[in-house]
Design a protein around this ligand. Structure first.
Ligand code: SF4
Ligand code: SF4
Length: 117
């Protein structure tokens, strides 16, 4: 299997729909609460499943419209480069940390991280 190396192309964050069911989990939500990251939490619709914990609906939800955001609000283009960076790298959701999971999902969703070029 090829080694994965993120190319910082931004594809996954610019086209969130390709990643399908990205959600915030209980740990993400609790961490953001303890960090006081309400700038992040305002982009998450939280559902409480009682004993099963909480989960955020699809990432991300535009707080002004209540609609799915087409692209991540925490993505920024690197100046003078054809690269992107995550503004919340240190506390980004588990879903983002795990993406693309495997080569098959990378291929399916247009991630070039497994390409050797
Ligand atoms: S699509 Fe793949 S290579 Fe591009 S930024 Fe996302 S994880 Fe990195
Ligand atoms: S939080 Fe970071 S890694 Fe996740 S979609 Fe946004 S920019 Fe991409």
């Amino acid at each position: 299997m090829s080694e994965f190396k993120c190319k910082q192309c931004g594809n996954c964050c610019l086209h969130l729909a390709v990643c399908e069911t990205g959600k915030a989990n209980e740990e993400d939500i609790s961490r953001w609460e303890s960090e006081g990251r309400y700038d992040i939490l305002r982009w998450v619709s939280i559902f409480d499943y009682g004993k099963e914990g909480r989960a955020g609906d699809f990432l991300w939800i535009n707080p002004k419209t209540g609609e799915d955001a087409n692209r991540c609000p925490f993505l920024r283009k690197v100046r003078n480069q054809n690269k992107y960076k995550c503004l919340i790298q240190d506390t980004k959701p588990e879903f983002c940390r795990q993406y693309p999971e495997d080569q098959e999902f990378a291929l399916k969703t247009g991630c070039k991280g497994f390409d050797q070029k």
